[in-house]
Design a protein around this ligand. Structure first.
Ligand code: AMP
Length: 192
């Protein structure tokens, strides 16, 4: 079983690369951002609560996203593996994920981080906002807030996986195919 965490700031290309990885390795895609947006579209109680945070560019509370991920893991007992995209975003989420997976005896195989500098990120997200329809992609101050949330709360998650010897960093600037090839080189060496 291959359980991969794709890591990186907003706009690093996690969504794009996730799609390619799913096709190649037949993994189930678990994107907390997508799951939250679908809850918002369905106007669920969880979605309405999460929206308050997302509208401000802040992370939604850990318990909300941890519960969503736990449900999805339980709901896919026959999965060949999962790709976690945009999760875990805090050390508390990473600890909760380890606990969930170890209870089911399926640990994280590795984390691959996409490195992109801040100036490039802001440009990419604002460009994406022209077509994505996402309000949080269109407002520069929200984009800056999301990057700052990443720097303060999410970056420490890299140390969490480094301590477990599961962390690899990749240059996230360049051609999509070239970046994908570099990710696959790492993935192919992971324990499965
Ligand atoms: P994304 O689509 O991954 O860029 O996520 C969009 C927004 O959803 C983020 O700015 C957060 O408000 C929220 N979000 C997504 N994933 C998480 C997570 N793992 N923890 C907390 N908030 C999240």
């Amino acid at each position: 079983m291959l359980n991969l965490v794709l890591f990186g700031p907003p706009g690093a290309g996690k969504g794009t690369q996730s799609q390619k990885l799913i096709d190649k390795y037949q993994l189930i895609h678990l994107s907390t951002g997508d799951l939250l947006r679908s809850q918002i579209a369905d106007k669920t109680e969880l979605g309405l609560k999460a929206q308050e945070y997302m509208n401000k560019g802040e992370l939604v509370p850990d318990a909300v996203v941890i519960g969503m991920i736990a449900d999805k893991i339980k709901g896919n007992p026959a999965a060949k593996g999962f790709i976690f995209d945009g999760f875990p975003r805090t050390v508390a989420q990473a600890e909760a994920l380890d606990k969930m997976l170890n209870d089911n005896k399926i640990p994280i195989s590795g984390m691959v981080a996409l490195e992109v500098d801040e100036a490039e990120l802001t440009q990419r997200i604002l460009l994406r906002g022209q077509t994505s329809g996402r309000a949080d992609d269109q407002d520069e101050s929200l984009v800056k807030k999301r990057v700052s949330e990443y720097n303060t709360k999410t970056k420490p998650v890299a140390d969490f996986y480094t301590t477990q010897k599961k962390f690899t960093s990749i240059n996230g600037i360049g051609e999509i195919e070239e970046i994908f090839t570099n990710i696959c080189k790492v993935v192919d060496k992971l324990p499965q």
